[in-house]
Design a protein around this ligand. Structure first.
Ligand code: 6PG
Length: 476
């Protein structure tokens, strides 16, 4: 074979990845379940470079240089397993199978172990940036063996996005680490989107501003600390007018947010690991609430607000408050997500460089932002930082916005504007900095009704009080 890399699964993401490889001078073997898509790729984009189309999987595999590198870009779950099963008998020891879809990381761990039995490398890799990123440079998060990265990595780095000349691709960690990090990326994406949506809602309800006016505010914000892809597209979306009705586009979209599941996985894993990723969880639940149609109909019909019309006195001061609250809440959501990566690394034996993750998210991906540089710098100062918020830069950044953050959350509560992500992020901030938490009372309650025991602040040991008897304390 002569092709340096192969792509099977030529729906839009696979197609664009294949074109990206070709544009970087690689000879790309291409395959799809139905040959028509393979033919149309060559017909429409043959100019991008060298494609070697195959109708059968066997011919596709045979067209590849050894060790073969096969990128699978099909639907996560059953379809991915089916392609892997078809590939295994055709491959030889040392070949590399890359799953570039949004696989659930436990599936990646399972598949990596299974392919190892056959002497094959399995690389589960996160790829972010949507269709446009796949074609012009995504952020790439590959897991698997270091050995596989030695030959595959340079190719992936080549086609990835670049920021200041640095590729947005690096080795993440063994087996499922790449897909895990991509999952957390998506969870953070949910939190970031929800925070932006809450900021928009506050401005809309607090100022009575139009969507387009708020779009201008976001465009302004995009020139400062908040500069990011998501803020930029929000400004664009808010200024877009529906051609049919002439109304603001955002006003003609049904307010029920959907999801494909990566946010849900992130929250489930946060619960499993006991990491309080409240920003991501609230964002995921906010989507669920928006889609709770019968509950919302019942709530709308019967639940009073008991608020007066919101009157913001100083327009510019309020906008600045919301901006600072958004930034602080965003720092909390990212801090929580990076905590989750650290917890999973310990749990699954991954050696993940969190600063490097922030670095490869600076470009190509959906959460790309200027502010990620600050996260990389924080982990450069202390690779084992237990709490991103406690890095001096972030401590100062959040502290300076704290009065604004409190005003915004209080104002939202007083005026009946739902801000689950803003509010829970502030609650997390106050919780994680608290000298004492009422968890002590929860422990006492648990011991009272279930003899679940407690520890004391003043000496070692585990204790139980005879609550229903003479209330003596015994070491458990
Ligand atoms: C990316 C995105 C992508 C994700 C979509 C939709 O990094 O390019 O995260 O992988 O699938 O954004 O996600 P939801 O449908 O769950 O909102």
């Amino acid at each position: 074979g002569t092709a340096q890399i192969g792509v099977t699964g030529l729906a839009v993401m696979g197609r664009n990845l294949a074109r990206n490889f070709a544009r970087h001078g690689y000879t790309v073997a291409i395959h799809n379940r139905s040959y028509a898509k393979t033919e149309s790729l060559v017909a429409e984009h043959g100019d991008d470079g060298n494609f070697v189309p195959s109708e059968s999987m066997a011919d596709f595999v045979a067209s590849l240089e050894r060790p073969r590198k096969v990128v699978i870009m099909v639907k996560a779950g059953g379809p991915t397993d089916a392609v892997i099963d078809e590939l295994i008998p055709l491959l030889e020891e040392g070949d590399i199978v890359v799953d570039a879809g949004n696989a659930h990381f436990p599936d990646t761990i399972r598949r990596e172990a299974a392919l190892k039995e056959h002497g094959l490398h399995f690389v589960g890799t996160g790829v972010s940036g949507g269709e446009e990123g796949a074609l012009n440079g995504p952020s790439i998060m590959p897991g698997g063996t270091r050995e596989s990265y030695a030959s595959l990595g340079p190719i992936l780095e080549d086609i990835s996005a670049k920021v200041d000349g640095t590729p947005c691709c690096t080795y993440v960690g063994s087996d499922g680490a790449g897909h895990f990090v991509k999952m957390v990326h998506n969870g953070i994406e949910y939190a970031d989107m929800q925070l932006i949506a809450e900021a928009y809602d506050l401005l809309r309800q607090g100022l009575g501003a139009s969507a387009a006016e708020i779009g201008e505010i976001f465009a302004q914000w995009n020139t400062g600390d908040l500069e990011s892809f998501l803020i930029e597209i929000t400004a664009d979306v808010l200024q877009h007018v529906d051609a049919e009705t002439g109304k603001a586009f955002v006003d003609i979209v049904l307010d029920q947010a959907e999801q494909k599941g990566t946010g849900r996985w992130t929250v489930q894993n946060g619960l499993d690991l006991g990491v309080p990723i409240t920003g991501i969880a609230e964002a995921t639940f906010a989507r669920a609430l928006s889609g709770s149609v019968p509950q919302r109909a019942a709530g709308r019909a019967s639940l009073p607000a008991h608020v007066q019309a919101w009157e913001v006195k100083d327009r510019d001061a309020f906008i600045e408050d919301v901006r600072q609250a958004l930034y602080a809440s965003k720092v909390v959501a990212y801090s929580q997500g990076f905590d989750q990566i650290a917890a999973a690394a310990a749990e699954f034996g991954w050696d993940i460089d969190r600063g490097a993750m922030a670095r490869i998210w600076r470009g190509g991906c959906i959460i790309r932002a200027r502010f990620l540089n600050r996260i990389t710098e924080a982990y450069e100062r202390d690779a084992d930082l237990p709490l991103l918020l406690a890095d001096p830069y972030f401590t100062d950044a959040v502290a300076s916005g704290l009065p604004a953050w409190r005003r915004v959350v209080a104002g939202a509560a007083q005026n009946g504007v739902p801000t689950p992500a803003f509010s829970s992020s502030l609650a997390y901030y106050d919780g994680v900095r608290a000298e004492r938490l009422p968890a002590a009372l929860v422990q006492a309650q648990r011991d009272f009704f279930g003899a679940h025991t407690y520890k004391r602040v003043d000496r070692e040991g585990t204790f139980h009080t005879e609550w229903s008897g003479d209330r003596t304390e015994a070491e458990a």
